[in-house]
Write a protein that binds this ligand. Structure first.
Ligand SMILES: [Zn+2]
Ligand SMILES: [Zn+2]
Length: 249
């Protein structure tokens, strides 16, 4: 972290004590630091998954209808068959408080305790509860230097601490710079651009592990799938994915 960034963080923390912070969604005041950038009522208005939703067992896309608990593993959207990960889940829908939290995390490396506990609750549910090792989706080193931090690493650290799981921030690396949402790039072009973007530097550390990959948003699944295939090639037994949010389906 640069000195300037540290100074900024200290400045923000001091300001938050002196002046109540405005909610990034509705502008009313945020009652507690634990809520992060959104107020309690905006958190209440944000769709958070509780594990009872009917979702594609593999990619977590919302599906129609109600399914008995023992049949949940059979629900499939059939659009994610080629994805390399075992299963992906999100804390909730990319809207209101979750969207504001994600945008804020791109500017400031601070995971509010409410957001950390949402990650923890999602991780505690099956199948993510089987994870043995937590890893963030890496940024390219040049990109990380530019930003000063990796938001996925901040999320992964917060979760690893609550879940008491080992964290590996180093073994999975991004070897190619890829623009996630380059204008004019369709889903297929995006997928091809990240296909070989990741490498495992120390396969010994992921061999036989059930890795839980952490990222902020699940969009097409291309990035986490590329990470998952690198991890699988290195011998990981399973690769689960947890993101803060995914678009409403
Ligand atoms: Zn609000
Ligand atoms: Zn699916």
């Amino acid at each position: 972290m640069t000195l300037k960034l540290k100074a900024n963080l200290l400045y923000d923390a001091t300001l938050a004590l002196l002046y109540p912070q405005a909610c990034a969604v509705c502008n009313s005041s945020v009652e507690t630091r634990a809520s992060g950038v959104a107020c309690a009522s905006c958190w209440l208005g944000t769709r958070i998954f509780n594990g009872d939703e009917t979702v594609c067992w593999k990619c977590g896309a919302e599906a129609a209808g109600v399914v008995a608990e023992e049949k949940r593993m059979d629900v499939r959207c059939h659009r994610c068959e080629t994805e390399a990960f075992t299963a992906a889940r999100a804390c909730g829908v990319y809207e209101k408080a979750l969207r504001a939290s994600i945008l804020s995390l791109k500017r400031e490396p601070h995971v509010a305790s409410h957001l950390a506990s949402l990650l923890f609750e999602a991780q505690q549910r099956s199948p993510l509860s089987m994870a043995t090792l937590i890893m963030p989706v890496p940024l390219h080193p040049a990109r990380e230097r530019e930003r000063g931090f990796n938001q996925a690493t901040e999320l992964a650290r917060a979760l690893a601490q609550l879940a008491r799981l080992p964290l590996d921030e180093q073994s999975l690396v991004r070897v190619a710079v890829t623009e996630r949402h380059r204008a004019g790039m369709d889903a297929r072009a995006r997928r091809e651009s990240v296909l070989d973007a990741f490498e495992v530097t120390r396969p010994r550390l992921v061999e036989g592990e059930r890795v839980l990959l952490i990222d902020d948003v699940y969009t097409t699944g291309a990035t986490v799938s590329a990470c998952a295939s690198a991890l699988k090639r290195a011998g990981a037994q399973d690769v689960f994915v947890l993101t803060v949010a995914r678009p409403a389906s």
